[in-house]
Design a protein around this ligand. Sequence first.
Ligand code: NAD
Length: 489
Amino acid sequence: MPSLTPFTVPFDTRQVFIGGVWRSATNGATLALDNPSDGTPLARIARGTSADIDAAVAAAQAALEGDWGRMTAAERGRVLGAIGRKVLEHVELLAQLEALDVGKPLKQGRADVIALARYLEFYGGAADKVHGETLPFQNGYTALTLREPHGVTGHIVPWNYPMQIVGRSVGAALAMGNACVLKPAEEACLTVLMFARIAAEVGLPAGALNVVTGLGEEAGAALSAHPGIQHISFTGSVATGALIQAAAAKNAVPITLELGGKSPQIVFADADLDTALPSLVNAGIQNAGQTCSAASRILVERAVFTQVRERMAERYRALRVGPAMADLDMGPVISARQQGMVEHFLALGRDSGLAIAAQAEIGTDAPRGGHYVRPTLFDDVPADHPLAQQEIFGPVQVLIAFDGEAEALHIANGTAFGLVAGVWTRDGGRQMRMARALKCGQVFINNYGAGGGVELPFGGVKHSGHGREKGFEALYGFSTLKTIAIHHG
Ligand code: NAD
């Protein structure tokens, strides 16, 4: 296994970005980022305060009243497109930063950079294609609607896919003409800082994008409660999402919440198993299972249950786990805390007598001090067991047997979450019946899109959240509708 490459981050990471200026946090404090692959220090970031959030909101408001607010939709689109192209010039550096910071294999880091660029391309192209309507109204009137930006938008981003989530959230908000205050996660945010540098270099006007790193309970809480924010977009845990919803309610501010899930892939006996198999496993271990739309439940019709279990187990045993820069199938999880959470669930499974169908080994060269967990496939898990109900956010999948469509649906819809579902069947009628009856935000038939789909509206129901990001739909979320009625006789 190749050794880790020594790496120096090529910019000052200890600064917030406010009104086009990089500077220390107001109190000069910093926080440590570590490298999840070996537990060594990677960089320090600014520990932004509520005073920094105040300054960022003021800078965003000034941008709306200045150069940024005066830009036409076409000009905004052109800037976003240029940022996207510049991002692509830095694929390797951004991918390395993401790999070191998050622990994801380099190839996943590269895929995330491409996705970031694609969001900017998509939303850059869409900026001047969102428009209102003229409405049939009374005689002597003309009535019309205008799509307008909310104003200053707050973006609270997690550590699992910093680039992708910034791309989909900030990309759409900027396309609509909002000015953004972005609070990345304290566990991983180097690519977000570099993204802001690229955006400024390409010519995004000062204040259109402000980045304040720091702790969730400090900078994050200050941002979500700020009276100068007109919309909040949050991706993360259910518990934090509830806090943000409560803070936003005090200011009567609309929010988009994307809170994870317990997404099923449902395999019927008539499925093309050769096509399904790679997807069943990859969608569980991608990014070490730290994906909101991870396929953490695999529901299999009893007639093919043994076959699917054995074929998945074979794949599990072949998985290579090691440091991100070695670019294997899976890296570490983000932190010792996350490692502890996953190990807690593994112990719970063992203690309640669940059988393990397969477990991958951690590579012998994986550095001590890295936050590694063994990818684990649990066999024939009761649908109401905590391992089949709670989001683990690690490389753990449960196999659940079912008989027929009705039971599959009952189990699939039987959690508190509803983000994504996959259905594998050749039966066209069943495809549509399942797609309509599944309670979730996205259904994939004979494929599964964990994390993918720039063009596809994404979001959940129930505890998976509300509102939609990605696709054109996000542009409606990041704008408000004004109705104008003109009496002209
Ligand atoms: P979190 O929800 O606490 O953190 C996500 C973001 O919210 C970070 O930027 C954080 O700084 C910020 N934040 C935290 N507390 C805040 C507060 N009081 N006010 C405003 N912002 C705040 O998630 P976590 O603690 O990093 O992870 C815990 C669990 O959350 C994971 O195990 C996983 O189940 C889930 N999670 C889900 C996603 C997802 O994509 N849906 C992403 C990350 C974590």
